[in-house]
Design a protein around this ligand. Structure first.
Ligand code: ZN
Length: 209
């Protein structure tokens, strides 16, 4: 199981130190939650943040774009150094954008209220699926257990060809509910609230299937 810290929830005043601790403790990639204050009711970071993060790490960087017009910005996120681009299935433009992306891993995200069947539209197009287990917008929300059947459905649709990622409310307790169904766990407050090193150790221990 890969661990993907949602890095914008870290203390960004000491990003270099945080990265050192994360990588010493064996994280696998960085998940960057990009919010525009329109598609979701919160604002976070843009391509410049990716550019800076790129200078500090060699691990893969995933840009999870929770923005209304991804077609306008996706190229900038790629040029800034993203290795993975995640778009939302709730936007009708996502399919065509993903189809035309080259040289990055392509992912489709699905909100808790969106039916899993929409994922059929992305068969053969994406490298991974990101199942939202909270309504996107803010970190620190409670995990929604109703999304577990969606993890199973996603695997039925895509088989082993793709990776399944879960994003929202994942910590060392809630990871137990999803560990058998996912390949990647994204975690924000589950890693950054309290002691990062201890949180990661517990998360890793409890994520063993
Ligand atoms: Zn995310």
């Amino acid at each position: 199981m890969k661990i993907a810290p949602s890095i914008v929830s870290a203390d960004l005043t000491c990003l270099e130190n945080v990265i050192e601790i994360l990588e010493k403790n064996g994280i696998d990639l960085y998940h960057v939650d990009v919010m525009d204050g329109h598609f979701v009711p919160n604002i976070t970071v843009g391509p410049d943040f990716i550019k800076n993060l790129r200078k500090l790490t060699e691990l893969p960087i995933e840009s999870h774009l929770m923005i209304t017009n991804p077609e306008k910005y996706v190229k900038r996120f790629m040029e800034a150094g993203s290795d993975m681009i995640t778009l939302h299935s709730e936007l009708s433009s996502s399919k065509d954008i993903l189809k035309n992306l080259m040289d990055v891993k392509r992912g489709i995200a699905i909100n808790p209220s969106t039916p899993a069947e929409i994922l059929n539209d992305y068969y053969g197009i994406v490298d991974y699926v990101l199942i939202m287990s909270v309504n996107p917008g803010f970190s620190g929300q409670k995990f929604i257990p109703d999304v577990i059947p969606k993890l199973i459905r996603a695997r039925e649709i895509f088989g082993e060809k793709i990776e399944i990622s879960i994003d929202g409310g994942i910590n060392s307790e809630t990871v137990k509910f999803v560990k058998n169904y996912v390949d990647i766990i994204c975690s924000a407050s589950g890693i950054f609230s309290g002691n990062i090193e201890e949180n990661l150790k517990k998360l890793r221990l409890n994520s063993i299937p």
